[in-house]
Design a protein around this ligand. Structure first.
Ligand code: ADE
Ligand code: ZN
Length: 334
């Protein structure tokens, strides 16, 4: 209980949460009704049946199949606003101070929803979170790696005004990892680096893919952060590289357990990373699907690792240092 309060009060930053992954049954079914969305026949019909699916994913793809159907209930700017605002409120109650949130515009554009609707709705929630909750926020647009690189380039072109106005701050890469390695998206990342050099570049790597997915994300996409990165531990050279360059990994413990990246959270290479000096943060990924928001993820790590107060302070500090915020904001949080 003492540790619970300590972890609650620790100044936490989140770097890996998909806003569409905060859509739980309690909002999904009402939105489907409100927007007259006919969910597919195979989609669970009740909150309990849907929750059962959430508790029994086989792997990443099994989750993604449900995730893309789930997001089909999001139609209006207000839907996107409501979703993100509910997340910020929950995260604020968990003691979150800074959030870098992913979104997947291609999952909406292919259903006929405009980039404007998505970005405006999410931005409105970000602005409200900054004004009313004191949370600083960044929006990171992710490209879906199961779609062609050209689709990614088209999406970047659609988002250009929002990058220019400073309403989107990063580029990420997500969805099915193993069949779609980072090298496929080299052109997309090169375009961003050339035309929007201030934008944060990150990519999911080493969740199901091996260490070479991480090396190639660093070498070819020139990312400065790695989302997940669990499989870095299989390559000692890579561990040294991450430590030398102080490249932060955004670890998602409950996600890794639910998607069977590990069989037990105790298997995560947390002690090895700490010993080697690899910075990492602790994140919720898709909290509505994996059964826990940011504090639950901190608590899940604590229950398996029993870390001491100074180690937790180091983890929190690394999260602040690795955040995409000005030094003045870092000073406030440290
Ligand atoms: N999209 C949402 N969550 C994801 C994850 N953990 N890995 C890849 N793509 C995702
Ligand atoms: Zn993710």
């Amino acid at each position: 209980p003492e540790m619970h309060q300590f972890l609650h009060e620790l100044p936490k930053c989140e770097h890996h949460v998909h806003l569409e992954g905060t859509l739980g049954p309690e909002l999904l079914f009402p939105l489907a009704a409100r927007n007259n969305i006919q969910l597919p026949d195979h989609f669970p019909k009740t909150v309990d049946d849907l929750q059962y699916k959430y508790d029994n994913f086989k792997d990443l793809q099994d989750f993604l199949d449900l995730y893309y159907v789930g997001m089909s209930v999001l139609i209006t700017e207000d839907d996107f606003f409501e979703l993100a605002w509910a997340y910020f409120r929950k995260a604020h109650a968990d003691g979150l101070h800074h959030a870098e949130t992913f979104f997947d515009p291609q999952g909406h554009i292919e259903r006929g929803i405009s980039m404007e609707t998505v970005v405006k709705g999410f931005r409105k929630a970000c602005d409200k979170a900054e004004a009313e909750l004191g949370i600083t926020t960044k929006l990171i647009m992710c490209l879906l790696r199961h779609l062609p690189s050209q689709d990614g380039l088209d999406t970047i072109a659609l988002a250009k005004p929002y990058y220019e106005q400073g309403l989107i701050h990063g580029l990420g890469l997500d969805s099915s990892e193993k069949p779609f390695p980072p090298e496929l998206f080299k052109e997309c990342y090169e375009h961003m680096a050339k035309h929007h050099p201030e934008v944060l570049l990150t990519a999911h790597a080493g969740e199901e893919g091996g260490p070479e997915y991480i090396h190639n994300s660093l070498d070819l996409l020139k990312v400065t952060r790695i989302d997940h990165g669990v499989n870095s531990i299989k390559d000692p050279q890579l561990i040294k590289r991450l430590a030398d360059s102080q490249t932060m990994l955004s670890l998602c413990p409950m996600s890794n357990l639910k998607l069977r990246v590990v069989q037990d959270i105790a298997e995560l290479p947390i002690r090895e990373w700490i010993e080697a000096g690899v910075p990492f943060s602790i994140n919720s990924d898709d909290p509505a699907y994996f059964g826990g928001y940011i504090l639950d993820n901190y608590l899940a790590v604590q229950s398996k690792f029993g870390l001491d107060v100074s180690t937790w302070k180091l983890i929190a500090q690394n999260g602040v240092k690795g955040s995409y915020i000005p030094q003045s904001r870092k000073d406030e949080l440290l």
